[in-house]
Design a protein around this ligand. Structure first.
Ligand SMILES: [Fe+2]
Length: 300
């Protein structure tokens, strides 16, 4: 068994129906009652969502919009230097607003014609099987809250910036979207949690933290790097290793620090061949010989 990590702030519903998001003591918004109430309200909207409903429309505050404008401008600038051209092409086609936070239905309306992916709301952590499994239906569970305005370039948990600027820009590429869908289809074949965790970790070291060689440069395509103001520059200091499915599926890692080891593909085609090829054929039996060693504990 593995621990489904408190990278996301836990969300609970009390006997009275009140929804509470439990921020960690180090969270920049933990001592801001207004922010905490806001987080609770946004989580409650996601929990009330039923498939087929429109995604909740969040009336974002001026502070929240300002955070988006700051992060969006900084990341857009950094993407030009550090993001893979496959992502940059998707980003141009998707054309997300930089001056305000897009609503999830707006993200879906832009993504569906590009790659068929739709965004649905998540209050916080979605169980791995549901999160990855829904990729088969080209559904992406996304949080809607945004980081605290006191620290616009930092967040201890995935927020709308990560889900949209990181994942949606990546999902605008039909090639990357096909890899998500293949991972989703694989989930239906995996019965054990250990095999599912192996797949999640391969995903982590590719679609979340993957880098790719382009000419003489190393550029990132992973959503975790694309949405991190600091790590998008620091990844060039990481130890780069060639794609290796067993290493990626069993390596321990710590989400709270920059990744010291990253897996670098020779090209997008190599990601498709190696990572996509693994998603296409993985079963419990395929990964069984490699399990029982290292156990990682986070997903992003
Ligand atoms: Fe992510």
């Amino acid at each position: 068994m593995f621990d489904e990590a408190q990278l996301y702030s836990p969300v609970t519903t009390g006997a009275d129906g009140d929804v509470t998001v439990h921020l960690s003591d180090e969270h920049p918004g933990v001592h801001d009652p207004e922010y905490r109430a806001r987080r609770n309200a946004i989580a409650a909207r996601a929990l009330a969502y039923r498939p087929g409903d429109p995604a909740p429309r969040i009336d974002y505050t001026d502070d929240e919009q300002e955070v988006w404008r700051i992060v969006s401008a900084e990341l857009r600038r950094k993407h030009r230097t550090y993001a893979s051209h496959e992502v940059l092409d998707g980003e141009r086609r998707l054309d997300l607003p930089a001056d305000r936070i897009p609503q999830l239905d707006e993200v879906s309306a832009k993504l569906v014609p590009l790659s068929g992916f739709r965004y649905v709301p998540a209050a916080g952590l979605v169980p791995l099987r549901e999160f990855f499994g829904s990729f088969a239906e080209r559904i992406f569970h996304s949080t809607q809250y945004i980081r605290h305005h006191s620290a616009p370039l930092y967040t201890p948990e995935p927020d709308a910036v990560h889900e949209i600027i990181g994942h949606a820009n990546q999902l605008a590429s039909p090639r990357f979207a096909a890899l998500y869908a293949a991972a989703g289809a694989a989930v239906a074949r995996l019965e054990t949690d250990a095999a599912l965790k192996f797949l999640a970790d391969v995903f982590w070291f590719s679609m979340e933290f993957g880098v790719v060689r382009e000419g003489n440069e190393i550029r990132c395509y992973g959503a975790g790097l694309l949405s991190s103001y600091g790590e998008i520059e620091e990844f060039r200091r990481a130890e780069l290793r060639p794609l290796h499915i067993v290493e990626m599926g069993t390596r321990t890692y710590d989400i709270t620090h920059y990744q010291p080891v990253l897996y670098c593909a020779a090209s997008v085609s190599e990601i498709e061949d190696v990572v996509g090829g693994f998603f296409e054929m993985v079963t419990d039996e395929v990964v069984a010989p490699y399990l029982g060693g290292a156990v990682a504990d986070r997903r992003g």
